[in-house]
Design a protein around this ligand. Structure first.
Ligand code: NA7
Length: 510
């Protein structure tokens, strides 16, 4: 906006920049996308000069990077921290938004850009008795800034998604006793993390633009360096398949799931990958009963796969206990611990690694009112509806960065965010140069787009009835089950560009 000569005010609930990387300070927090990819590409000098230390960056290092970017481009002065936007109302008379904050700001703006994040509304389950617990309670997504020391403590971790799986091995190093409460076993692949290879870094930096361009052509906007097999997993013999899976597993990260192109397209194909992963678990966990409990039953990849460092080996430690809460849920939190059925687990601290009200949570916490005072909460009651994940019918001049209906969380988020930010900035420029005051998605274009997003999801296993992922909102009681992101980054970018090329086809400019 500054480059375009426009004024912008930025409101941020936190005391500093960083978003996800500001809040998720839990032990072991690390990115699941490689460092040389999980970084901005808008400035060549920035991407050349910044030095990452590991293949997968830790939370403190990414936060340091984001603070560096903020200062390098002199953005801090435009940001009002510790301020939460409470309402945003569109005034049809002036065609402007009235934005209010919990600090009493009352701001009139022509455009509002919601950069509120996809995983920013922490979900703490409503378990009876939580307020009576005498020890410390944490949520991985709202971790304190002061150091937390679990040395000598008995600790409960509730949740075994990405956050739990990263935190558990690190907490286990300190805790005297660790109880892990698992409702659904996740698939997790080794990160094969290590110091960033200087040769690999030099090779990428020698043609960073080329590397970025190749990644933008990948379905998830990442991983062009991994060679997948073009054939169906069903078309190869057992040895070939096992070799390819092993190679993917050893490479680390999401490479395993990229071994074959059809793993998320057919149950038969998926079962091969799931069986391979379950065999790995049996080989890594000493106690067969524990290995069995840790073995997922769901489709591999229908939830975002986790990337770990030493997760399974942690369960071979004598002071680490896995508690199955799949059939008997956590009943109550007592003064001294966690009760499951007739058993009470006495602990000094409880860590909720229970995820987020994803993709819509933070938007809907703000009272957003469009034309005729209509509430976004009502418009999205049966699940979010958008056009391109960028605009919403009835809500003119409101943009959502990585909104539902865009590839967002199924991609390298930084790439998706930059694509959206560029699109929005270009759009605002276009409106100014063409003497238009407002842009609004048409209900028809929006309905067609939602149908398209759902239609693609229906061709995959992401919608599998056995899979209660946050992509589907199925992790939040009462939330409508609908697959929110769009699968496939490159065709999406083409569509966005095409919409622009056709004078913002599907939007009304007035
Ligand atoms: P996730 O992936 O949503 O994981 C949350 C975990 O918490 C998951 O294992 C849940 O089990 C579990 N959970 C939630 N509520 C309960 C209750 N009431 N009892 C027991 N267990 C519960 O969140 P993360 O923070 O780990 O990761 C989110 C994303 O951040 C991740 O995908 C990466 O993209 C980064 P469930 O599976 O619902 O049975």
């Amino acid at each position: 906006m500054r480059q375009a000569g426009r004024s912008a005010r930025i409101f941020e609930a936190a005391s500093g920049v960083g978003g996800t990387w500001y809040w998720n300070r839990y032990p072991g927090a690390r990115c699941d996308v490689e460092s040389l990819e999980y970084s901005y590409q808008f400035d060549e000098a920035l991407q050349q000069e910044w030095k990452w230390s590991e293949r997968y960056s830790t939370q403190p290092e990414i936060l340091e990077y984001l603070n560096h970017v903020c200062d390098r481009f002199d953005l801090r002065g435009n940001i009002q921290f510790d301020t939460r936007v409470t309402t945003a109302r569109f005034d049809e008379g002036s065609s402007r938004w009235q934005v209010r904050t919990d600090h009493g700001d009352d701001v009139s703006a022509q455009f509002v850009v919601m950069a509120t994040g996809c995983l920013s509304s922490a979900n703490t389950p409503d378990i009876a008795g939580l307020a009576t617990f005498a020890g410390d309670v944490f949520h991985t997504g709202q971790w304190p800034h002061e150091p937390v020391d679990f040395t000598g403590k008995r600790v409960a971790v509730v949740g075994t998604g990405s956050s739990g799986i990263q935190a558990i091995p690190v907490i286990a190093e300190q805790a005297a006793e660790l109880f892990v409460f698992q409702r659904t076993a996740s698939y997790t692949m080794p990160s094969s993390n290590g110091p960033l290879d200087p040769d690999e870094e030099a090779a990428i930096k020698a043609d960073y633009a080329g590397f970025r361009a190749r990644n933008r052509l990948m379905p998830a906007a990442l991983g062009s360096q991994w060679e997948g097999n073009p054939d169906s997993v069903l078309a190869v013999d057992d040895d070939t398949r096992e070799r390819a899976f092993e190679e993917g597993w050893q490479k680390g990260g999401f490479a395993f799931l990229r071994s074959y192109p059809d793993l998320l397209l057919s149950h038969e194909a998926n079962k091969h990958a799931a069986d391979f992963a379950r065999a790995k678990i049996r080989s890594l966990v000493d106690d067969p009963a524990v290995a069995k409990l840790l073995s997922p039953h769901i489709v591999v990849g229908c939830k975002r796969p986790c990337i770990d460092t030493g997760y399974y080996a942690t369960f071979n430690l004598p002071h680490v206990h896995l508690v199955d809460v799949s059939t008997t849920p956590i009943d109550t939190i007592t003064e001294h611990g966690v009760r499951v059925g007739d058993d009470e687990y006495e602990v000094d601290a409880i860590v909720f690694a229970t995820g987020f009200d994803a993709m819509t949570g933070s938007l809907l916490r703000i009272d957003i009112r469009g034309r005729d005072g209509a509430a976004l909460r009502d418009a999205w009651e049966a699940g979010p509806v958008t056009y391109l994940g960028l605009g919403i019918a009835g809500f003119p001049n409101l943009f959502t960065v990585s909104g539902p209906g865009s590839p967002s969380v199924l991609t390298n988020m930084v790439v998706s965010i930059e694509q959206h930010v560029d699109w929005i900035a270009d759009c605002i420029e276009y409106l100014h140069t063409h003497g238009r005051r407002s842009i609004e998605a048409t209900p028809e274009a929006q309905a067609a787009w939602v149908g398209h997003v759902n239609g693609i999801a229906a061709m995959t296993l992401f919608n599998d009835p056995g899979c209660n992922s946050w992509y589907l909102g199925a992790n939040i009681p009462g939330k409508t089950r609908v697959f929110m992101p769009l699968i496939g980054f490159p065709p999406y970018v083409e569509k966005c560009d095409d919409v622009v090329a056709h004078d913002y086809d599907g939007f009304v400019l007035s």
